[in-house]
Design a protein. Structure first.
Lengths: 310, 339
């Protein structure tokens, strides 16, 4: 874990492993196990939805499942039976095509019934291919046109703070969205307005529609960019539960205390948890044959239970 | 020019060229009654009664009269910097939390630069986001970078969006609280600075979504919006001297359009003329034309509008004369039509 704190004096302290810090700050085994189980179920839901649809952004969902599990299972304040509860924290999915993963997380959170997931992408479903607030309970914004989420998040964070709300705003975005100038307009605005109630989480899977990110439009050095925009910046293995939990704990404590927006840069692996897909040539829209879905589920379960993958 | 006095009678071979004025030239005629910053004051008044109203701008507070609001309610004003995508994305976010944002910039930047954000973040979820666009149509001599000659053409296709093209300070003062009270997104074609006060002489009140007949007339009917209603009224007076009797219908709400009122006036033997401070493409003329065709009326409509061109830079009076928005050009056009 590369925690970069700008002027924070912590950087001169002896190097600690993330596990040390986790133990110290309360990233307990129980928390890790709870989130790991949630992430497993989110991945399982995503594979089922992908199979029903015969396609879908399954690779991204598997890669981002740990981030989604952490935020929904550990961080977000919400009422499953009342998605519009005024005091809820807001989770904004900027990347509309990650909806398959988000729906799985909403099912895990009890906001959307698990049985409804099989309608994903079907006519008249509340779960369209690209996430939209007007369709789905718990979906705060309509994503899809990339680079919007963080601008809306800035307004929400301003509005909540102005109205005296203690609610936090989380914006999930992808490294591809770092191509969009509006993301950086929002990054400046959040810092200018000292939005400590705003946390951005960036899924860095190094892949976008036309290929690998470093061949499409080089976004690195990503950490230094966010730091120089004044954000409390952490970069973690986005498929490591302990690192994710620690990063969110740090963000909550430090960013809010100093009124600084916080970003958690999460390096993730497309297809994570399913070796068949992890090893497949990476593509924005991954092809999975009809007979492979069951293999995917078996590999996922075997990996989660610690058995050798078949 | 006033420096000729000491030299005796001026000897000029040609009329002096007018100069492009400051960014926002007033289009008030000399000696005309005006109100200062009517939008800013109206927003303050509305905000005193509705604590959900907040204001934002993208580095153009002083140029959109938003500075009046910012001074009155500093804690309810958010400066977003020269970042229009952020401006309108954040306005949508503020509206998502139950607030009623008014977000100002120039019309060109709202319509051309931030369209995607307005469309998907404000209009699709039908949020109460109020866009305030300065320099609509031909209200600056700075050239195409600042002249929003096609803003209505761009915005009319956006579902859920209400579009208001006010004539004067009365329209603006009365429209602001109604825009705040209407649920969905709105776009106000802002007139700022010293704005003419015209409609007080016509027993007029602004009603969102309604066209109003300001005066009757037997020979010609003008259908107008925005500052062209002021010109329409002036042209009607001038045409009276030519024994031409002109009715004027003011339709400040472009969308949703009050087709019933307008069609009742158009569907007569009178010459029908639309007048707008906008391109002939996609604005009031085409709004009226589509209403006429949809109703099955075989009625000719004559447009007074800006041409489908990128316009020149220059002094506003020069440009209004050049592109046909001046009273003189309107009168000449009507007389030519009447033969």
């Amino acid at each position: 874990m590369t925690a970069t704190h700008g002027t924070n004096t912590e950087s001169v302290m002896p190097v600690q492993t993330v596990q040390d810090r986790a133990a110290q700050n309360g990233v307990t085994k129980e928390r890790v196990e709870k989130i790991s189980a949630a992430a497993y179920r989110i991945r399982h839901h995503a594979l089922n939805m992908g199979e029903v649809q015969g396609q879908g952004y399954v690779g991204q969902a598997l890669g981002a499942a740990d981030m989604l599990a952490t935020v929904y299972g550990d961080q977000l304040r919400f009422r499953a039976e009342d998605p519009h509860w005024n005091a809820r924290d807001r989770f904004l999915l900027s990347t509309g095509h990650y909806a398959i993963g988000h729906y799985a997380a909403l099912a895990e959170a009890g906001i959307v019934p698990v049985e409804e997931l099989e309608t994903y992408g079907s006519d008249d479903s509340r779960l369209p291919m690209s996430g939209m607030s007007t369709y789905t309970p718990g979906m705060e914004v309509s994503g899809g046109s990339l680079g919007h989420g963080l601008t809306i998040a800035v307004g929400m964070a301003l509005g909540l703070r102005y109205q005296g709300s203690g609610s936090r705003v989380f914006n999930f975005l992808s490294d591809g969205e770092l191509d969009e100038g509006s993301t950086w307009e929002a990054a400046m605005g959040a810092h200018h307005h000292q939005l400590g109630n705003l946390t951005a989480m960036v899924d860095i899977n190094a892949l976008q529609a036309d290929g690998k990110t470093d061949t499409v439009l080089r976004t690195e050095p990503v950490t230094e960019k966010w730091e120089s925009f004044g954000w409390y910046t952490q970069r973690v293995d986005g498929n490591n539960m302990a690192e994710l939990l620690q990063a969110f704990d740090n963000a909550a404590a430090q960013a809010a205390a100093v009124g600084r927006p916080s970003v958690i840069l999460c390096d993730t692996k497309v297809g994570r948890g399913v070796p068949l897909l992890e090893d497949r040539e990476k593509a924005h829209f991954m092809r999975i044959e009809e007979h492979e879905w069951q293999t995917c589920r078996e590999q996922l379960t075997a990996g989660y239970e610690g058995k050798a993958a078949r | 020019m006033s420096t000729t006095a000491v030299k005796g009678p001026a000897v000029t071979s040609a009329a002096p060229k007018l100069k492009t004025s400051a960014m926002i030239a007033s289009f008030a005629d000399p000696g005309q009654k005006t109100a200062s910053a009517p939008f800013g004051h109206a927003l303050v008044k509305a905000a005193q009664e509705n604590d959900k109203i907040v204001g934002l701008t993208a580095d153009l507070g002083k140029y959109t009269d938003m500075h009046i609001f910012a001074k009155a309610f500093p804690e309810r004003f958010f400066q977003m910097g020269m970042a229009e995508q952020l401006l309108f994305g954040a306005a949508a976010g503020l509206a998502e939390t139950g607030l009623v944002p008014f977000a100002s910039t120039y019309s060109v930047f709202a319509a051309r630069r931030a369209y995607d954000f307005l469309c998907l973040d404000a209009a699709e979820p039908n949020l109460n986001v109020n866009i305030v666009g300065g320099l609509p149509g031909l209200t600056t001599g700075y050239g195409p970078s600042h002249q929003a000659t096609e803003d209505m053409a761009i915005f009319r296709g956006m579902p859920n969006l209400t579009i208001v093209d006010p004539c004067d300070s009365i329209d603006i003062e009365q429209a602001v609280p109604q825009l705040a009270a209407s649920d969905g997104p709105t776009y106000l074609r802002l007139l700022r600075g010293n704005v003419p006060t015209v409609l007080d002489e016509y027993g007029y009140t602004f009603e969102l979504g309604k066209a109003k007949v300001l005066r009757g007339g037997n020979d010609v009917v003008f259908i107008s919006s925005g500052l062209m209603t002021m010109r329409a009224l002036q042209a009607a007076k001038a045409l009276a001297e030519h024994n031409v009797d002109v009715a004027v219908v003011h339709t400040p709400t472009i969308k949703p359009f009050d087709a019933a009122t307008v069609l009742a006036e158009v569907n007569t033997d009178r010459l029908a003329v639309t007048l707008e401070n906008h391109s002939v493409i996609g604005g009031l003329f085409e709004t009226v034309a589509s209403a006429v065709v949809t109703a099955g009326l075989g009625k000719r409509v004559v447009p007074v509008a800006l041409p489908d061109e990128f316009l020149d830079a220059g002094a506003l009076p020069t440009l209004h004369e050049r592109y046909g928005l001046s009273v003189q050009r309107i009168v000449a056009k009507v007389l030519a039509e009447l033969g």
